[in-house]
Design a protein around this ligand. Structure first.
Ligand code: ZN
Ligand code: MN
Length: 476
């Protein structure tokens, strides 16, 4: 079967106020219905005024995705009834969206590939229904009503759940890099709907597509697509036909359920929003936004490969968020050891962050601290093994590595005189092994190294130990 996937992503734009009124968008910790006004509640006579900052952020997105910006776009009313939509319609864009085209390059097993974008349009968010809040009642919170959204629609250019996840990951990274959206899927700042169809290999006719709504994590996206591909292939294999419909992923049961038959555009009775003028954009503004873009994830990833010698996989992981990329670069610069920086960040640091539920911005070890630790290893002050202990202690106490090393007496012993004394003692009490070595069984060398390390609690400089041992064991 050939799998065909297209994604529709809704992203909350990080503006201070809502799309058509002055209500604050910073409502998450506040009481329900405390960020509302006549405009976002859709009270009779209230008139919307477009938020210029939302348009500026939409232009940033367009520029970063190579999308064409329409000099003239327009808002439309999308009519439907639902309790979280007080006006009875959503102000969206329909015939004249703000952007057309563009694309996102993703890394696939077969190499890099481009997923084309169909369109990007602006629209307002809805409120939120809160079910079972009062035993048998559902309540509505309108705080989110009117928050600016960008709907980013891809062409059906993805052919596996892994490609869909790669696309979503890349898109999220770009949105975070350009500072338009925090990309938090759990909190709904980024929401994903997937259109998926299958058709027999070689067949030219498109299969009937099914839309799966609210896939609000990478895990849900992949699991729901896996399930849906199986289900549709099964139906076709038995000679059945796929019903065009909207389905929901139920993670507890590990399957999708029909939600409603797919609505058509005409069901929404779209018509131009009479309360808003068409949006006309000055080309100089569009160009200015393009010029002001920061480095994007793709070029930054490539730079990590070219300048720091990282593998593509490691570079992808480290460039995935601006915070991780900044952390890595600061650490690589200060330690002068990019390879070790990458290993620490993706290994021990990632482990500590995961266990404490912290993001890299909240890391208990700052890039400068990690860089200092790497330098103590590179200078031979401590071994790589001891460094792991020091790192754990740094993460726990927030101390600098030098302090931890001094406090716990962990500095590597490179002093030949004191190591020679340890070796003499060990040779004295292991005469049999000494004799074996001298009769040619040089494999017992590792036995002696182990003994020295045990005596010195792993703090002996292995290179010095090896040299001394070789000298002393060879001498008769
Ligand atoms: Zn309002
Ligand atoms: Mn939408």
């Amino acid at each position: 079967m050939t799998v065909i996937v297209g994604l529709e992503i809704h992203c909350q734009l990080d503006t201070a106020t809502k799309l058509f009124c002055g209500c604050s968008t910073d409502y998450r910790d506040d009481l329900p219905n405390s960020h509302v006004c006549p405009v976002c509640l859709g009270l009779p006579g209230a008139l919307p005024v477009l938020n210029g900052q939302a348009v500026a952020l939409a232009l940033r997105v367009a520029a970063s995705l190579g999308a064409g910006v329409a000099r003239r776009s327009a808002f439309a009313r999308k009519n439907y009834f639902y309790p979280d939509l007080p006006k009875g319609y959503q102000i969206s864009q329909y015939e004249l969206p703000i952007c057309l085209g563009g694309g996102i390059d993703i890394e696939t097993e077969a190499g890099a590939r481009r997923v084309r974008l169909t369109r990007i349009h602006m629209e307002e968010d809805t409120g939120k229904n809160v079910h079972d809040a009062h035993d048998d009642a559902s309540l509505v919170d309108y705080n989110r009503c009117g928050v600016p959204l960008l709907e980013i629609v891809s062409e059906p250019d993805m052919h596996s759940p892994a490609e869909a996840a790669a696309y979503l990951r890349k898109l999220r990274a770009i949105l975070q890099y350009i500072g338009v959206c925090d990309g938090n899927m759990e909190e709904g700042s980024l929401r994903c709907d997937a259109n998926v169809s299958v058709r027999p290999k070689g067949s030219e006719t498109l299969g009937t597509r099914v839309e799966i709504k609210n896939l609000n994590s990478f895990r849900f996206l992949q699991k729901a697509l896996d399930y849906e591909i199986e289900r549709q292939s099964g139906v076709l294999a038995e000679g059945g036909t796929i019903v065009q419909e909207t389905r929901l992923w139920n993670d507890a049961e590990g399957r999708t359920f029909p939600m409603r038959s797919k609505e058509e555009a005409h069901d929404y009775r779209y018509f131009p929003e009479p309360d808003l003028l068409p949006l006309k954009l000055d080309p100089a503004w569009i160009e200015g936004v393009r010029q002001g873009l920061p480095e994007l994830p793709g070029p930054r990833m490539q730079r990590f490969v070219d300048d720091y010698g990282l593998s593509v996989d490691d570079a992808l992981q480290l460039a995935a968020t601006p915070a991780a990329a900044d952390y890595f670069e600061a650490c690589a610069r200060e330690s002068k050891n990019p390879r070790a920086s990458a290993n620490w960040i993706m290994g021990d640091l990632a482990f500590v962050l995961k266990n404490s539920g912290k993001s890299i911005e909240e890391s208990p070890v700052a890039p400068a601290g990690l860089a200092a630790l790497i330098r103590t290893v590179d200078s031979g002050e401590i071994s790589g093994k001891i460094a792991k202990t020091v790192f754990e202690e740094m993460a726990r106490s927030g101390e600098a590595p030098e302090r931890v090393i001094r406090r716990l007496g962990l500095a590597q012993v490179s002093d030949e005189a004191s190591l020679a004394a340890v070796i003499d003692r060990i040779m004295e009490s292991n005469r049999k092994q000494v004799a074996e070595y001298r009769s040619g069984k040089t494999k017992v060398m590792s036995f002696f190294v182990g003994q020295v390390m045990r005596e010195t609690r792993g703090q002996a400089n292995p290179q010095v130990v090896n040299e001394l041992l070789q000298k002393k064991l060879a001498a008769d």
